[in-house]
Design a protein around this ligand. Sequence first.
Ligand code: NOJ
Length: 562
Amino acid sequence: MREQKRQWWKESVAYQIYPRSFQDSDGDGIGDLRGITERLDYLQYLGIDLLWLSPVYDSPNDDNGYDIRDYQGILDEYGTMEDMDELLEEARKRGIRLVMDLVANHTSDEHAWFIESRSSKDSPKRDWYIWRPGNEGAEPTNWECAFGGSAWEFDEQSGEYYLHCFSKKQPDLNWENVEVRQALYSMIDWWMDKGIAGFRVDAITYIKKNPSFPQLAAEDGRRYAPVEQVSLNQEGILDFLRELKQAALEPRGAITVAEAPGVPLEQIHDFVDDTDGVFTMLFQFNHVDLDIKPGGKAEFIDWDMKKFKDALSLWQRESNRHGWMGLFLENHDHVRSVSKFGDDGECRDLSAKMLAAYYFLMRGTPFIYQGQEIGMTNCQFDSIDEYRDIGSLNLFREETVKGRPASEILDYLGRRSRDQGRTPMQWSDDREAGFTSGTPWIKVNPNYTEINVEQNMRDEFSVLQFYRRLIALRRQHPALVYGYYESLCEESVEIGAYRRVYDSEALIVVCNFTGHRVESAELEEILAGGEPVLSNYETREQGSLRPYEATVYRWAAATGGQ
Ligand code: NOJ
């Protein structure tokens, strides 16, 4: 293992807020900045010290804020810049640092830069976005955007098409243009001056496009092929990223967690490494995307928990040498982990705690997504009218046109829609879960009467209290931060286990991924001589693990836990 530098953000525990769904303070049904400030005491009670805010910038909200109209303005629905300053100040008083979302691959089509760019072919900002003439009356290429349909949108006024890897209201910036890059660096500077700690860096692996703009081979009679083939982690991207680091991030000491789909394991050191890497942390997605066919076909594939743990341990092992992971099971683009990897019925409580122990004590900085800490589950959406996410709505429309039965698409969305992670935070059993006094912008999960923060605070054995114990444990044992990671019981589909070792200390985390008892002689050997320090059961039974049992053992000498 290469010795890792000790850094405060490695020792932190982070929490992600999706502002639209966190806490509404003014009754309009939409979460806001004041709502977040009101809940800072709760976050302090939970024990986190780093907060990632999904976008609160001014936006027409085509993609819930990931389409930015003004990087230096706050969306009215969320409040004002004064509210933002107040949130920063109140968070600071509680020892919580803030990370903003840096959306630099694209802006909104309502951003002043794009309005200027589209105004004429001679506009000084024409080249700030990616414009191409049509190809014999059709789109320049057959690229398909991430939300379905062509990645090109025709602009009547200038008679050309612009590129958008995401929605047509999210035109891609042209990173080849140095003025664009400098404008983004100034914006980064402006936010750092406000006292934020850094950024979660959105879709950053999309910024470089294949310069030859090739036509792609589309599969089985399809018209389009995924834009990712020509826009994800393309050759030359590192020149842009290294400049971004040197010109903007490093001079300000910004911490960064890069959303980096498309980065292969072999490249981890370029993206995230104490010395040479561009970013300070990295999110990889293999463990949450293991259930679908790659390439945007909205189809499930077979998977099991072995695949889940292999996806995680692969990156864990590599991070012993290079880089630092942002550890997560949920975010605003994914479903609830207890519904996907655990049991959101009878064993919800146990399996939510087991999953927590499994990912949280790995090597990296753990991120908790709002509601995960109380074991929030997926929600039953009864019809397409209850969905709000642009990706889900587009998918339903397109697949229906192709003749796919609505029930099949709704089944897919029930298990995959981004809206599953976006239902409002469940604070109490008051109306609308205490999220709003008005009508929520998206349905509240009806199970809020049983699953809510107040109930979790009252019950000393709740999922929330388990997270608090995990946080305390991680703070107490440097091995859980800096320790070497080693997988155990590697061949098992039922047990997930690993060891962390640092200085004179070793800890082992053992989890039963199933809803039945698992016997294991190997386990007793592994745990021999260790002291139990955390479990989701009150007692331990030798030689077996009960349904969804998670247990953590510790040895004071480095020779222990071998
Ligand atoms: C990733 C974000 O997490 C997602 O919500 C968004 O739609 C895309 N990037 C585009 O910004």
